[in-house]
Design a protein. Structure first.
Length: 156
């Protein structure tokens, strides 16, 4: 199983896109979709297609908008969202999600989960660093970030 843990703000929208479009998207209603960096969205779709990865939403958008709505509106293969850990790092929430999957699906203890994390914040655990691609919140997802994600997840 291949999983991409995805943040939204600073990845699929950025200060650059907010300046260009005069505001940030705060939802996935039809009028909000053009406010996203649609090149970044397309690059995430391409990562998933080329590596056969599914997305787990780790963004705060999982609470405010919901992972199902985000996936449907942006045409992204989002299958779940990370749990919330009070006063925890995002890395802890990702770790909790991975542990729960291995408990629910014992075969994953043998086959494993290949994963990558893309986020503009750096609050990941030390063990997650090799799987982490940090974007710049000023510019969002770049072509170099896309290349790094594909390298981590591996093409099929």
């Amino acid at each position: 199983m291949k999983v991409l843990f995805l943040d939204i703000d600073g990845v699929l929208n950025s200060k650059r896109s907010a300046v260009a479009f005069n505001k940030f998207p705060w939802d996935v209603k039809p009028e909000d979709i053009p406010l996203f960096d649609l090149v970044a969205v397309a690059l995430i779709r391409k990562v998933c297609k080329e590596t056969h990865a599914k997305i787990v939403l780790s963004s705060t958008w999982r609470h405010t908008v919901g992972w199902e709505r985000v996936g449907q509106a942006l045409d992204l293969p989002i299958i779940d969202a990370t749990p919330t850990k009070i006063n925890g790092k995002r890395g802890h929430e990702i770790e909790m999600w991975l542990e729960r999957q291995c408990t629910r699906h014992p075969e994953l203890q043998t086959t494993g989960i290949t994963y990558a994390i893309v986020d503009d914040d750096s609050d990941m655990l030390e063990a997650q660093r090799p799987f982490f691609v940090q974007t710049d919140g000023e510019n969002g997802l770049t072509l170099a970030n896309y290349d790094a994600l594909v390298k981590i997840l591996g093409k099929i």
